[in-house]
Ligand binder design. Sequence first.
Ligand code: ATP
Ligand code: MG
Ligand code: MG
Ligand code: MG
Length: 563
Amino acid sequence: MKQSKTFIPTLREVPSDAEVKSHQLLLRAGFIRQNTSGVYSYLPLARKVLKKIETIVREEMDAIDSNEILMPALQAAELWQESGRWEAYGPELMRITDRHNREFALGPTAEEVVTSLVRDELKSYKKLPLTLYQVQTKFRDEKRPRFGLLRGREFIMKDAYSFHATNESLDATYDQMVQAYTNIFTRLGLNFRAVLADSGSIGGTGGSHEFMVLSEIGEDTIAYSDSSNYAANIEMAEVKVDYSHSDAEMKELEKVATPDQKTIEEVSAFLDVVSENIIKSLVFKVDEDLVIVLARGDHEINDIKLKNSLGAELVELAEDAEINELLGSHVGSLGPIKLPIGVKVIADHAIKSIRNGVAGANEDGFHYINVNPGRDFAIDRYEDLRFIQEGDPSPDGEGTIKFAEGIEVGHVFKLGTKYSESMKATFLDENGRAQPFIMGCYGIGISRVLSAVAEQYQDSYGFVWPKQVAPYDVHVISVNTKDEAQLALGEELYKLLKSYRYEVLFDDRQERAGVKFADADLIGLPVRVTVGKKAAEGIVEVKIRHSGETFECAKEEVLDRLN
Ligand code: ATP
Ligand code: MG
Ligand code: MG
Ligand code: MG
């Protein structure tokens, strides 16, 4: 592409409203422009990077037999009412009304749409498993859109959904997805960790992983071992301890359960629900065999039930200053605690001012209200309640815990039958019986990934794009286009490189040399070929952006030197 014909509005000044490096540079180098809060136009350079990211994602999705489709972003409210999320999703859901007063959502994600699609079309176990994915614009009315593309209100996501007849089949696809995501983020050159993310998977079933790019601007904190693969988001950090129903744990659970009806399974069922629905939860270990779960945030379907039947107690819990302080001081970035809903075992000193604690299962009538510390479980054991800290031994026994900030670029999740049951999506099994689909969902924030790469790959002059996602491979610059030799040699190299399938940006503009070099630095293509004063002799200068290596060579050598 000739630079005189493209649209790269670079800026000399750092935009004052952009707080982080990637946002600043994406604006300065002419990649994006904000339209309104959290909503951006992707200009030609950004579009090219996005396409390359998408290509890598598509290749890895296709390699595991995931089928690309494209579903509507405009989604009928009825579907969301069926799943219960019309209410539960809260203010982040963008809602609109058509001329007939019918309500719609602008999809923040597509579980409802894909579940209804498969429900209507797929009837037999013989067609399972099936994985569908799309790359599509998503909408979320984020409370605090920020950091440019990192947290937008309109953004691009790759979202995949898998359908299964058995849990084993879900596990197999889930593992393939984790591997595919690992391949994707590795190919993208990102410094990332796959992090355990679902506090419901106590016992280590691994029902959810987040893919976190390590970055000081990350909004999540992860805990990882300095000498093994162990990594968990901070909410999960202590739960990775082998917690598969030790005898001691069984005893604790039995103590919480009121005698007549509560089984271990019921208590764990409650925990599963917490995990499925929490936006934020806190899980911390008191000692070897006791873990406390506090969940909070915007809760979905099942929790609404819970909330309704327990309203009063919950408000009381939520208003407890001591809990707020306890949680707030450790998770300041999460903001004030809104709604601690489920407490597997409530620590004495977290609730000592509260008479009636809450613990329970996930159905009306299955909660334990009036849980009384001291009567229903011992309180003298909870003295050393604390959060995991840097320097603690890693739960897997290898190395010590370090903290790091992370940007969530991907998230994989075992959904189970949450959507298929509420939306009555069933298939016929081998015996002709109707069974709900077992599902998984898998997201990657494509536009967020663009920002994450941008954040990682830059220096004080501008971007330093890695080859695989650079908007172009080579920047050919004719320094002075009024000089015929310079313009002609620039053109010649431009055509030559293109004929060898290089993607080339050719600066043929009538601009001062200083402007051209400053723009080239900002844009940051992997290789720059400068055609200057020695053009008449057929000599050009080649600069490798990431190493700064610079050398002169004859025009005939350029191709060879690029490899
Ligand atoms: P976050 O914790 O950052 O709010 P999320 O957990 O709500 O993200 P998911 O529902 O897991 O996001 O969506 C899948 C992926 O979509 C995320 O891992 C992230 O990469 C991306 N994503 C989510 N929200 C945004 C956003 N507002 N802007 C850009 N990308 C986003
Ligand atoms: Mg979110
Ligand atoms: Mg998240
Ligand atoms: Mg997520």
